[in-house]
Write a new protein. Sequence first.
Length: 123
Amino acid sequence: MSNLNVEAGDSSLAQMVASIERGVLMQTNCSWSIDDSRNKFQFGCEYGRAIRDGQLAEVVRNPNYRGISATFWRSLAMVGDASTFQVTGTPFCGKGEPSQVIRVGHAAPACKFSRVAVFGGET
């Protein structure tokens, strides 16, 4: 099982938000689905904030996003600085019946992606 890490860049979270005309700031991943070839994926988050004209707006619950891995990574537009860097993970890799207990994690700063399919997100 691979772990993915992204090095910190030089953008603050405020700079990233200010650069977005319409989007969603998502936090706290709570669900994931990735096909066997690790090509198509879908992730769900517990919490998000709508972004309109560079400003954080109302809270949205359960926002989700999906995509194709290579296309998603090519849409990386900004990378947050060290102040936005976090290490997160889960003790379950999501494979096997019953599920395997293999810790996986990702270390990354906040990132801005363009042209990502976003859905859900009740206000």
